[in-house]
Design a protein around this ligand. Structure first.
Ligand SMILES: C[S@@+](CC[C@H](N)C(=O)[O-])C[C@H]1O[C@@H](n2cnc3c(N)ncnc32)[C@H](O)[C@@H]1O
Length: 298
């Protein structure tokens, strides 16, 4: 299946404030947003894209020959390695995975086709899902499933995964999904019963929430005054972390210092909680959980 970029028109409208400016697409994927950025800037403008996934980098190298485009195989948590302090006009984050990740069973994210217990976004990472299952204890696993998957039956699922894995009954992603399904008493109507647990395992294994926070914090130093950060999230944990990253900072002084506590505001909110239109929802089911927020450096 093709990857449909989510909130495409809306995100690029907010992102581009200067057609000859410098932009960063921190999550290139299959370049849906990057293509639209390149179409919206002049030849004096520039776009640098990042992705942690080597397949995205290969796709960009084959399909994006524009002179003002470059791409780096880097995680956005390492945005400080990019030497453009205070020069960027806009940075886009479209978090999570592309549909191409789910479509390729060999990546280990699919519960409809058997694939290895992998789930790494960055293949340079040594720890795969298999390594996690070999070492994790039931309580830690239950907490991960609860915290990152919002799964109410986390304890039962965790115990079932650990027992079945030890007995050699989980050899691929389909086995894992079946064990999860059988351990649940309440089956959801609209999604596969393993959806929330797979999401939790993926977020934990790839350290997605810590990376998101680090990426957003580092991106602040790269922006010019008036530059914008556009974030598209796909679940409440991501969206909450985005909101917190740009909340005004409270500085409290100890009693001995005769200064009033202060609130420091580095960013203003340009747009919040923007959701896909009815026609986008109809075209692309994956967009249903998307929420966009836009911030501007002041
Ligand atoms: C939702 S997709 C982006 C889709 C893209 N906007 C498009 O239109 O094709 C998210 C992408 O972010 C990448 N990604 C996930 N975590 C990352 C990280 N920490 N640093 C850089 N890229 C990351 C994934 O590999 C994936 O390609």
């Amino acid at each position: 299946m093709l990857h449909f970029p989510v909130l495409l028109e809306e995100s690029i409208d907010f992102l581009i404030t200067n057609p000859s400016g410098k932009y960063i697409d921190a999550t290139f994927g299959r370049g849906g947003h990057s293509r639209k950025i390149l179409d919206s800037i002049t030849k004096d403008g520039a776009l640098l894209a990042l992705d942690k996934d080597i397949d995205a980098i290969r796709f960009a190298e084959e399909n994006f020959k524009d002179k003002n485009f470059s791409i780096k195989h880097t995680g956005f948590e390492d945005l400080d390695s990019i030497n453009i302090a205070k020069q960027a006009d806009g940075i886009l984050f479209d978090f999570g995975l592309c549909s191409t990740h789910y479509d390729d069973p060999l990546r280990g994210f699919s519960f409809s086709e058997a694939g290895p217990l992998d789930m790494r976004i960055d293949k340079r990472q040594t720890k795969k899902l298999e390594d996690l299952l070999q070492t994790i204890d039931p309580e830690t696993l239950a907490n991960i499933i609860y915290q990152y998957g919002d799964e109410k039956e986390s304890r039962k699922i965790s115990q079932a995964i650990i027992n079945s894995y030890k007995d050699g009954r989980i050899l691929n992603t389909i086995d894992l999904a079946e064990v999860i399904k059988k351990s649940k008493t309440r089956l959801p109507n609209k999604i596969h019963p393993a959806t929330q647990t797979f999401q939790a395992l993926r977020i934990y294994l790839n350290d997605e929430i810590n990376n998101l926070r680090a990426g957003l914090n580092k991106s602040k130093d790269l922006l010019k005054t008036g530059g914008r950060i556009v974030c598209i999230s796909f679940h409440s944990l991501e969206d909450r972390s985005v909101k917190q990253s740009f909340a005004p900072k409270r500085i409290s002084y100890p009693k001995e210092i005769p200064l009033n506590n202060e609130v420091v505001k580095e960013f203003k909110v340009v747009a919040k909680k923007i959701k896909p239109s009815a026609s986008e929802l109809q075209r692309n089911k994956r967009s249903r959980s998307a929420i966009m927020r836009v911030f501007e450096k002041i």
